[in-house]
Design a protein around this ligand. Structure first.
Ligand code: ATP
Ligand code: HSE
Length: 328
């Protein structure tokens, strides 16, 4: 391989926060049985972590991998995510499988940060899914729920009722100032409504929690894998369906019902909904819309320092919430 392929990856790739040199990656690989490095490149997409594609040769395990350096995640939570991805990958889901180091551990450390090496999935993310792709996505989400059903670790919902109440209190005044009094009133009234609802009896287990279009890969019409499990937690499966429908199917356009039906057909081909899940879905769609509206409001109104942060439009989720409130 030409030396130029081993030039240190510079910040030019937008979402690489940690620069890794050839010798950094080679030293990481000495603790794995994945062969020797042949090339690597920084991955521009993504904003939470630094990601690199790496290629290796010389071992029966050699392949193309994704190397991730964790920039912001709570280090105490990383083992849960590593074991979850391994469990799902070994139980029928197409998702990144975490490579084990020769001592059996799943995380390495470099420059004071932790990281992992995972299998590289084929396919690419799409900006918008058609109905065939939505159906494939629904099937993939059901596969995730089924594959995770015997995962024996739990993680509390980081954006549950307490988080929602605290964050609405934190954004309320600024929301009213920036987006108008009707936005503040909507936050308050929807929170009161959601607090009056009880979901305890819904089937639950591991959920992805963030299955937006940038977290599912496609090869044409076929879903080739799910990535980015760092919002995964234990919750009602129907909540994951609601989050995903809002993120992938609801475009606030004329075809939304057909798009929702396409996703649900795919999902239910593998995991038919129970009656109580079907009944809860309209309310969970509102809760999911509120949850992402609030997190986006928080990010927009209290931006984190650093040039790499990317604020997503809160208004999209206010409109999705209104859409579900007005749906019959
Ligand atoms: N295992 C994988 N196989 C193939 N491509 C991957 C894999 N993991 C990540 N990628 C690619 O890297 C890009 C960035 O990854 P990811 O979305 O996980 O970024 P992040 O910064 O870790 O998280 P976030 O999306 O929350 O900002 C993805 O859009 C995808 O193109
Ligand atoms: N996918 C989320 C950000 C990460 O949770 C959003 O679009 O608001």
């Amino acid at each position: 391989m030409a030396d130029s392929q081993f030039t240190t990856v510079m910040i030019a790739t937008m979402s690489v926060y940690t620069e890794l040199s050839e010798s950094d990656i080679k030293s990481i690989l000495t603790d794995y049985d994945l062969g020797t490095l042949t090339s690597f490149e920084g991955i521009a997409a993504g904003i939470e972590n630094s990601n690199f594609f790496i290629n290796t040769e010389g071992s029966e395990n050699s392949a193309r991998f994704v190397l991730t350096i964790f920039e912001r995640l709570d280090a105490t939570e990383l083992p849960y995510f590593m074991r979850l991805m391994r469990h799902l990958a070994h139980n029928g889901l197409s998702c990144p499988d975490v490579m084990q180091r020769t001592d059996g551990s799943l995380l390495f450390e470099i420059h004071g940060k932790q990281g992992c090496i995972v299998s590289c999935l084929s396919g690419r993310t799409l900006d918008e899914l058609n109905e065939t792709q939505l159906s494939a996505s629904g099937e993939s989400l059901a596969q995730l729920h089924l594959a995770g059903s015997d995962f024996d670790e739990a993680r509390e919902n980081p954006t549950g009722p307490d988080w929602l109440a605290e964050n609405i209190a934190a954004v309320l005044e600024k929301t009213t100032a920036v987006y108008g009094p009707e936005a503040g009133e909507l936050l308050t009234s929807e929170l009161a409504f959601q607090n009056s609802c009880v979901w305890d009896s819904l089937p639950d287990g591991v959920i992805h929690g963030d299955l937006f279009v940038d977290n599912i890969l496609f090869e044409g019409e076929k879903a080739s894998g799910i990535i980015d499990f760092y919002y995964a937690h234990s919750a009602a499966y129907a909540m994951d369906i609601a989050i995903t429908l809002n993120a992938q199917a609801v475009l606030l356009g004329e075809n939304d019902q057909a798009r929702i039906d396409a996703f649900m057909d795919g999902y239910e081909s593998l995991r038919p909904l129970q009656e109580e899940e079907r009944d809860a879905l309209p309310l969970l769609l509102r809760l999911a819309a509120l949850r992402f509206w609030v997190s986006r409001l928080y990010d927009a109104l209290f931006p984190r320092g650093g040039a790499m942060t990317q604020t997503k439009d809160p208004e999209e989720y206010r409109h999705k919430l209104l859409f579900h409130r007005h749906a019959r």
